[in-house]
Design a protein around this ligand. Structure first.
Ligand SMILES: [Zn+2]
Length: 88
């Protein structure tokens, strides 16, 4: 019985750790809270105006544009792909 109890405790610890991990990861992704003074990617200073305009901003304008471009390229590729299959 004692062994079973210890096992349950270990599983609960694991669940707690997983939940905490998920929460901290979700927090890191949410665009809110404190804005970073320096860009997360290139360490360049983020302009004060941008930090006020975008709460919780983590990237400088250049890096943000790069991210947006990559996202646009990816979704554009998907759109082209589905259009091609519709034409055929
Ligand atoms: Zn940057």
């Amino acid at each position: 019985m004692a062994g079973g109890f210890a096992k349950d405790g270990a599983v609960q610890d694991q669940i707690d750790a997983t939940i905490e991990d998920a929460i901290s990861r979700a927090r890191g992704r949410l665009p809110r809270g404190e804005s970073l003074e320096c860009c997360e990617e290139c360490d360049k200073r983020i302009p004060e105006a941008r930090r006020k305009a975008v709460p919780g901003v983590r990237l400088c304008i250049a890096c943000q544009e790069q991210h947006d471009k990559e996202a646009a390229t990816f979704s554009g590729y998907n759109r082209r792909g589905s259009k091609d299959s519709q034409l055929r």
